[in-house]
Design a protein. Structure first.
Length: 110
């Protein structure tokens, strides 16, 4: 809006065949500036409102699901229940510890 107002409000005029002057229509430039600033402020407030709504929706919808997938009871994917990442990691640690203890009991090096 501001750029369009400047393009409309500022022009050149030729006087005496070679003399060129710049003509500024100040009311057009000032009104375009005011309208541009007002529209910019309105856009920023709308953007902030949308950002707040999206953050709220994300917090309500995805954070609980992520928590269940990471440290909760797990998740269901393609009809199959999968344990949480914490439980998967705990199982892998226990399995590795058991295999290391079995190797040690047989006298083999780790």
């Amino acid at each position: 809006m501001i750029v369009a107002g400047l393009m409309i409000g500022i022009s050149t005029a030729t006087v005496w065949f070679f003399w060129t002057v710049t003509v500024v229509a100040w009311p057009v430039v000032v009104l375009a500036g005011i309208a541009g600033v007002a529209l910019g402020a309105l856009g920023l407030t709308q953007l902030a409102s949308i950002r707040t709504k999206v953050a709220s929706l994300f917090t309500r919808a995805y954070i609980p699901k992520l928590r269940e997938c990471l440290i909760g009871s797990g998740y269901t994917a393609e009809g199959k229940h999968c344990p949480s990442v914490r439980r998967q990691f705990q199982g892998a640690v226990e399995k590795t510890a058991d295999s290391m203890l079995a190797l040690q009991k047989r006298g083999q090096s780790l």
